[in-house]
Design a protein around this ligand. Sequence first.
Ligand SMILES: *Cc1c(COP(=O)(O)O)cnc(C)c1O
Length: 468
Amino acid sequence: MRYISTRGNMLPKSFSEIMLSGLASDGGLAMPETYPKISNSELETWRKLNYADLAFKVLSKFADDSPVADLRGIIDRTYTPEIFHSEEITPLKTLEPGLHILGLSNGPTLAFKDIAMQFLGNLFEYVLAKTGEELNILGATSGDTGPSAEYAMRGKSGIRVFMLSPKGKMTRFQTAQMFSLQDPNIFNIAIRGVFDDCQDIVKTVSNDSQFKKKYHIGTVNSINWARIAAQIVYYFKGYFAATHSNNQQVSFSVPSGNFGNVCAGHVAFMMGLPIKKLILATNENDVLNEFFSTGCYRPRTAEETQHTSSPSMDISKASNFERFIFDLAGRNAEKVRELWQEVDNGRAFDISSTPLWQKIRRSHVISGTSNHVARMETIRKMHKKYGVLVDTHTADGLKVGLEHREKDVPLICLETALPAKFSESIVEAVGSEPSRPAGYDNLESLPQRYVVMNADTTAIKTFISEHI
Ligand SMILES: *Cc1c(COP(=O)(O)O)cnc(C)c1O
């Protein structure tokens, strides 16, 4: 499998070559040259596999340049009941016939990002050990990505994590998740400022190619192809768990922000998984729903981006969306360059009068939006009707998914976090605290390890260079 860029100006590369990188050299995103097509008989065999075996089948289609035994070992170390707290790894909960929740949030940080990030941690460690190189991950987080990256990279040799977060702006639970880590390769830097200050520092440092090269700076943001690839697996797993035969179609509802999760579903569809619809759900920051309703893609500014009760979906621009447009435009890189010329300059694009829009309207992706009131209502309704407690993001997915539910098409709603992470909103919705999984009871009272710094790029660079 070779990888090309959505902007068309990168020589084809191998999985190993694109795996550690963010943006492609031409500013685009890496994509497989063609999608592997899964035959019916292959699908039949896959139906019987456990999660790790299935992950190996799927991932070896995309990561075909590392020795097979090594990939197998990386996967076997990642998808274990010890890390994901169940034999199924992503257990399916049936609310009523034809309505399911796929549990993706049973990893160490109680959010679905662990599924890909835990894999990435083991993959990076393996590759770095082979080349003898080191990687210093610099990131900015407003809540979920930071913990997920730190729990995946903690204790890994050859890797350090420098994670910037806005001081005092995350929930106590999220803060404690990160700051309680005592591993010497994890550096928590609380910035006197807001999330955008943190992100600006990461951008500035990433644009300093000399510093980046000298100190082996990398990122683990959601445009990384290996993350997308690891997320394809649970679409297959969820499909098999909710159906009896490969003649059936299902739909998935996906709480969305950066279009990473739904992009993995799109790839599963392209590989031949019988998906009827991918139902994309946004919160008040409805950039994507606006596009799928009007054909106009209008990224927002930081000021226009609202702070909501499903905060991990508070995005102004959906970075992985470019991958979907590339495919739907018939892999026309010139078209993508033309459209993203606008986006990269902070402008909108409107394709509503083009054949591309007609194609997207008839495609497998549809959308809807949710808001605080609907979110609270959905949490209450799910609790009352089915006795399940869902978090605020999953609630947005359920709300929109149910609006688009079709008779005789099973609906699988992806659970992207556990309610324990967002207890304030749960108390508001149902009047009581959500229960916590074992081992998290005293999280907030554990000793914390972090430094506080000003939003000063030079100072951050000095800190990094002194701790490498
Ligand atoms: C990251 C995140 C999302 C959004 O996922 P994307 O892949 O960015 O679309 C939704 N819910 C939760 C809980 C998340 O952490």
